[in-house]
Design a protein around this ligand. Structure first.
Ligand code: MG
Length: 255
């Protein structure tokens, strides 16, 4: 099932989408289930929005692919390296990523995103996937120069618009199905890595993070980026594609 959040006729709703139409849901599926209103809307009439606006946090994992850790000049950490993005960084498909004037180098990082569906605290890895609502695509946009100069990552990773999410939440995504994270800038492939190359798996990440802080429904986990990260400029179009999840496309502009 593909769940989208969208605007139509000046209202924001959730729906179940296929190639042709959206079936409108009565409420937020994370909290109210999948009851439909019966209304069907052609896909061409809706505007897609970020499929989840986390109530509390976006949990991110740094250096979770060995080839990316190597390109950053180090090794992958033996335990997941956690950091947070504020929920104010979230934008949806086709929204502009705004390059802030404080940074001279703004990078894309295509990533698999996990949407949490149940309150999770001290969850063992063996049952961690029971707490997942579904999967979408994220772009962990980073002001690379500020990441280095600030000494920690809150500002460099947390600017408004630095967390594109979408286009939909797939509830039946197969983590072992050979999916790849492919990032293109203006159509040119810059990242292409299999999610099976993750150092710490999705269940391990949920177990590790939930041992530190409670994960809430709607929270999003960005699971790390493969090699090939790089800068983009105003006017560029960044696409992150994961087979089975679609394409997250965002243009970039300067503030
Ligand atoms: Mg990242």
């Amino acid at each position: 099932m593909r769940i989208v959040r969208y605007s139509h006729d000046e209202t924001i709703r959730y729906g179940i989408i296929d190639e042709k139409e959206v079936v409108e849901l009565a409420g937020d599926p994370l909290f109210a289930g999948f009851d439909t209103t019966g209304k069907r809307i052609p896909v061409g009439e809706i505007t897609l929005l970020a499929p989840s606006i986390p109530r509390s946090k976006i949990v991110c994992i740094g250096k979770n692919y060995r080839d990316h850790a190597a390109e950053m000049g180090g090794e992958a950490p033996t335990e997941p390296l956690l950091f947070l993005k504020p929920n104010t960084a979230v934008i949806g498909p086709n929204d502009a990523i705004v390059r802030p004037p404080q940074s001279e180098r703004t990078d894309f990082e295509g990533e698999l995103a996990v949407v949490i569906g149940r309150v999770a605290k001290n969850v063992p890895a063996e049952s961690a996937l029971d707490y997942v609502f579904g999967y979408t695509i994220g772009n962990d946009v980073t002001a690379r120069d500020l990441q280095r100069s600030d000494g920690q990552w809150a500002r460099a990773k947390g600017f408004d618009t630095f967390c594109p999410l979408g286009p939909a939440i797939e509830t039946e995504f197969d983590l072992t199905g050979g999916a790849r994270v492919v990032t293109r800038v203006n159509g040119e492939v810059r990242q292409d890595g299999p999610i099976s190359d993750m150092v710490h798996s999705v269940p391990e990440i949920i177990a590790y993070a939930s041992a530190a802080f409670t994960l809430l429904p709607g929270d999003v986990i960005l699971t790390g980026t493969p090699a090939g990260i790089g800068a983009f400029d105003a006017g560029d179009v960044i696409e992150v594609e994961i087979s089975g999840l679609g394409i997250l496309r965002n243009p970039a502009r300067n503030a």
